[in-house]
Design a protein around this ligand. Structure first.
Ligand code: SF4
Length: 679
């Protein structure tokens, strides 16, 4: 049995395991790594089955080119010449900003770095983005403003030291199962738990307080908590005086957020808000854990600001067992952000608008200059494509046809393009629309690194050869750059790409393959002797003083009315991942959860005459889909929940593409909907 140590391709927890291969070159199983600080010898069901999709017969094995309306097999030479030539031609005819490059939170750091280099150095545009726009762009914006860094402040192991954990907008046991398990272990040893979530998630029965506040009322809840803490003198005066600024503005902003006012908006009882505030403030070490239930709103940045304000107010920052901990969804969404696959940032969150930064990248890349204006966000680029202004998209390992809100709009946008390239491991719903499809190697077939949610940069190692003619994303990107006439993307391998990243990126400067060979390193790691950083903002915040950013309450953009009387919210399930391209091709996972479903409260089900497992039609202003009813008290009356993994019964046909004005993130978590029995 060949054993290859690598990193899980699913969630951002970043568990490591050995891929087990037989002497025929087949992957036959997975064996967890016992020494890893996050996984500690355990895996969740997705990790145990992470070999399952790798050798699926649906894998793309050869380039495809659209001819006469059909995708036909082609040689690499033909496909690469066509891609380089058409992208150059579009940039010449319409200007570089008529192109959009979507990087991938599933691909490695090295590949995301190369995609953003391809956009900026070869095609002279900052139009590069990835799915963090859809999940944690609010975090990047909100925490950069308050602390100076948009990443998880603490480490996963810090859960073991917390006296209290407040989990909000994160179905942790299903989305980040080993982090969820660690929270349950903390509760067992005596830590307090507050769950602020409208759904009765699996953590809820173990919570000291379960706050089922209305969807989209998070700012009201947190302002109410802070009002009580200040009113009762429970804030951390020493921390506020020595480590923060702008406290007076926060105090004034929450002065009228009495428990009664907050209760009126959240739907909670005033006493629940008072109890939660006292419980939180009483803890010596309180940890805030959140995810997309907080970020995916038209006021997502305000939600993040409110959470950061609570941490600053109570001095819960920079110590073990504390902090603001956004759990990043995909295996490498943290890394894709770190690598500058964002329209306004280069690697390590260095601003495109900064002249000295641009000049140092231009020098390193052998160019006279780099484009100065920040590029288009992915969500705006889709609107521009639909309006006929964006002409070419290069999409690496993303599936916006399922993952973006309002799918009719996405289809119209992608069909309006003059040229669409998709580089992926399966023929996704997006790849089906492409002019050229480039077959990529998956995580088990290449070398590289992923960065987990706790900022840990870890090795990904090649266990088997890619199928057919599929090639690693980094190799394909280098070929395109070379054929487009740029000589600066020629590397012996991913290790040398990481050396270039480290040289250009202060927070990665001390990282190389030799040093991360064993357990990885957590950034910031500023030099070769630095041991990595487990806890951010220990002495001072990255930006200097922690900045209180008061927030006002804004309701969700679309609320229920007579035509659409229910609130639809969306999320993931334990057995599937994202758009299901990998988990739905893994027999044991697909067997457990085969159909799109909608959770509906028994009261609503009774009123509508809907029964358990019955097929229903779920509609919003944007479309209608079929799903099976799951009648459950997981949701409160008036709210329905759907997972977004299923192409048949796709929840994102229904979701609202209204955006947060600062982060450009769509409001996936609240829209108005209705249900009727399927004919
Ligand atoms: Fe993979 Fe996340 Fe499960 Fe760990 S918790 S095995 S990283 S999916």
């Amino acid at each position: 049995m060949k054993r290859t140590l690598t990193t899980c391709p699913y969630c951002g927890t970043g568990c490591t395991f050995y891929l087990l291969g037989d002497d025929q070159g087949r992957l036959v199983g997975v064996d967890p790594s016992t020494s890893h600080p996050a996984s500690r010898g355990s895996l969740c069901v997705k990790g145990w089955n992470a070999h399952g999709f790798v050798q699926h017969p649906d894998r793309l094995t050869t380039p495809l080119i659209r001819r006469g309306g059909r995708l036909e097999e082609a040689s690499w030479d033909e496909a690469l010449e066509l891609v380089a030539g058409r992208l150059k031609d579009l940039a010449l005819r319409h200007g570089p900003d008529a192109l959009m490059f979507l990087a991938s939170a599933k691909a490695s750091n090295e590949e995301n770095y190369l995609l953003m280099k391809l956009a900026r150095a070869v095609f002279s545009t900052n139009n590069v983005d990835h799915c963090a726009r859809l999940c944690h762009s609010s975090t990047v914006t909100g925490l950069a403003e308050t602390f100076g860094s948009g990443a998880m402040t603490n480490s996963i192991a810090c859960i073991d030291e917390a006296d209290l954990i407040l989990v909000t907008g994160s179905n942790t046991t299903e989305q980040h199962p080993l982090i969820g398990a660690r929270i349950l272990q903390a509760v067992r040893r005596g830590a307090k738990l507050i769950v602020a979530d409208n759904r009765r998630i699996r953590l809820a029965p173990f919570a000291d307080l379960h706050l089922r506040h209305r969807n989209g009322s998070d700012v009201a809840l947190f302002n109410g908590l802070m009002h009580v803490i200040i009113r009762e003198g429970l804030e951390d005066r020493h921390f506020i005086n020595s480590r923060t600024e702008n406290f007076a503005a926060l105090k004034e902003a929450v002065a009228d957020w009495t428990p009664q006012k907050a209760a009126g908006i959240t739907g909670l009882a005033p006493g629940q808000i008072v109890d939660a505030a006292r419980l939180f403030a009483a803890a010596d070490k309180a940890m805030l854990v959140y995810s997309m239930g907080i970020t995916q709103h038209s006021h997502g940045v305000d939600n993040v600001r409110a959470i950061a304000n609570l941490a600053l107010l109570t001095g819960n920052l920079g110590r073990p067992g504390t902090g603001v901990n956004p759990l990043r969804g995909q295996n490498n969404v943290q890394g894709a952000c770190d690598m500058g696959a964002l329209p306004n940032l280069l690697t390590g969150y260095q601003k495109v608008s900064d002249k000295a930064t641009r000049e140092s990248f231009a020098r390193a890349w052998g160019l006279p200059c780099l484009p100065r204006a920040p590029g288009a966000m992915a969500t705006h680029a889709m609107d521009q494509a639909a309006a006929g202004k964006m002409k070419g998209f290069f999409i690496m390992g993303e599936n916006p046809m399922l993952s973006d809100p309002d799918q009719a709009h996405v289809r119209q946008a992608l069909e309006s393009l003059e040229f669409l390239v998709v580089q992926d491991i399966f023929l996704t719903q997006t790849a089906e629309l492409a002019d050229v499809v480039l077959p990529a190697a998956c995580y088990a077939e290449k070398e590289g690194t992923f960065t987990s949610t706790e900022r840990r940069v870890q090795r990904v190692r090649k266990a088997i050869e890619p199928p057919g003619k599929a090639r690693a994303d980094w190799e394909i990107l280098c070929e395109i750059a070379t054929r487009a006439g740029y000589p600066g993307m020629d590397y012996p391998g991913p290790a040398e790409i990481m050396d270039e990243i480290a040289a250009l990126t202060p927070i990665y400067r001390g990282i190389d393959y030799r040093r991360i060979d064993d357990l990885g390193l957590q950034w910031p790691c500023p030099d070769e002797s630095h041991p990595g950083t487990a806890i951010l903002h220990a002495e001072r915040c990255t930006r200097g003083p922690g900045h209180f950013s008061p927030t006002g309450y804004r309701p969700p953009a679309e609320l229920p009315d007579d035509d659409f009387p229910l609130v639809l919210t969306t999320g993931r399930t334990y057995f599937h991942w994202h758009t299901g391209t990998m988990t739905r091709r893994t027999h044991l996972l697909d067997r457990e959860e085969r159909f799109s479903f909608v959770e509906i409260h028994p009261e609503d089900a009774r009123r509508l005459g809907v029964h358990e497992r019955e097929e229903v039609l779920v509609a919003s202003r944007r479309g209608e889909i079929r799903a099976r009813a799951r009648v459950t008290e997981m949701v409160v009356p008036g709210v329905i929940f759907m997972p977004f993994h299923f192409a048949e019964g796709a929840a994102n046909v229904l979701t609202n593409n209204v955006l947060d004005p600062e982060a450009g993130i769509p409001e996936y978590k609240v829209c108005a909907a209705r249900i009727r029995k399927a004919p």
